[in-house]
Design a protein around this ligand. Structure first.
Ligand code: GLA
Length: 360
């Protein structure tokens, strides 16, 4: 019997580059998602086909524990398969067919959507506990694909809930559902660029944060208050100091965002987050800064910032209800004039987390 599994992408409202520092994040799952159809295979292999790449991969089930990355899309699937086996799950010969509506390289977590949907499809009758599923997805990315990411993307892909955002405390992995602000829409604008620096810079930032924590004598940047940081800051190397300031202040912005329903304050927090990512954390780029600056000139925009890892991908924009069409038109034409590219605009709707789609 063919079974279909779905896992969503996400936008992060606020709390950027805090997850691998045991901090707070506030993402929501999107109605953009990856779908995997899973059918029995009559050889002793897992066969995977990607509609997007128009390519297939095949691994003998017995070889899964020894798989190594080769540097393409198949690594996300192979990594999940290997991590499932390492965690004690059984993988049966299956044929997987993957299709996705999450744009790649847009900072909307197409990789987590792929990992989680495949983890469900490969483990399909074994009911992996949800938190374990998120951790297996993260481990596939960290240990197999080789990006030392935090757990935000996989976590929200699993635990997302229709109509709400999700605050995750990455220190203890507890979660709290947070109502979305009323009277506003959240629109993502895709810069349509992804600079090649993104992966190496991400790794550099994780190392700089670890160094900052060492300077401060704490296990992670979550363990230091702003007051203690201010005392130690003058003696810290500049990069470590700036990265730490961003993380510590960003956690505070998440707390404030989660309890506010005032669009003006929410917008201000988004802009503060962006400026901090631009100047202190240094993960923005010309295109993203332009999108934020241009958005802030448009009628009905309360605030805007980069979402996701940075160096391209999307901005998110908090736009007064009723102003969405004017905003879309204005931001697209401003970006086209400046960069000659037409940016895609997505209306972000908070959708449910991953699961099986009931057969129709
Ligand atoms: C990427 C990573 C996440 C997180 C964000 C930045 O999306 O996968 O774990 O670190 O960047 O907030």
């Amino acid at each position: 019997m063919i079974r279909t599994f779905r896992a969503p992408g996400r936008v992060n409202l606020i709390g950027e580059h805090t997850d691998y520092n045991q901090g707070l994040v506030l993402p929501m799952a999107l109605d953009l998602a990856t779908f995997v159809e899973s059918a029995p295979n009559n050889t002793a292999s897992v066969f995977v086909h990607s509609e997007h790449y128009k390519e297939s991969r095949e691994w003998p089930v017995d070889a899964i524990p020894q798989l190594e990355p080769v540097g393409d899309w198949g690594d996300y699937v192979a990594g999940v398969a290997r991590e499932l086996v390492r965690a004690g799950y059984r993988i049966e010969p299956r044929r997987l067919f993957i299709r996705s509506t999450v744009p790649e390289g847009a900072g909307l977590s197409s990789s987590a959507a792929l990992e989680i949907s495949c983890a469900l499809a490969l483990s399909f009758d074994q009911s992996v506990p949800p938190l374990e599923l998120a951790k297996i997805g993260q481990r596939a990315e960290v240990e197999f694909v080789g990006l030392p990411c935090g757990i935000m993307d996989q976590y929200v892909s699993v635990f997302g809930r229709e109509g709400t955002a999700l605050m995750i405390d990455c220190l203890n992995l507890e979660r709290q559902y947070v109502a979305l602000p009323s009277g506003v829409s959240i629109l993502a604008v895709n810069s349509m660029v992804k600079h090649s620096l993104a992966r190496s810079a991400y790794r550099d930032r994780t190392e700089e944060c670890a160094e900052a924590a060492r300077c401060l004598g704490v296990r992670s940047l979550r363990d230091v208050s702003l007051t203690a940081f201010e005392v130690a800051a003058p003696a810290m190397p500049e990069a470590a100091r700036n990265r730490a300031r961003h993380v510590i202040e960003e956690n505070e912005r998440v707390r404030r965002f989660a309890v506010s329903n005032d669009p003006v304050e929410l917008g201000r927090l988004l802009v503060e987050s962006h400026r901090s990512l631009q100047h202190l954390y240094e993960v923005s780029c010309e295109e993203l800064d332009f999108l934020v600056d241009a958005a802030l000139e448009i009628d009905g925009v309360h605030g805007a910032r980069v979402t996701g890892g940075g160096f391209g991908g999307c901005t998110i924009n908090l736009v007064r209800e009723g102003c969405e069409a004017g905003f879309t038109e204005a931001i697209q034409s401003a970006y086209r004039r400046r960069f000659g590219i037409s940016p895609a605009v997505y209306r972000c709707v908070a959708a449910a987390g991953a699961g099986e789609i009931a057969p129709v």
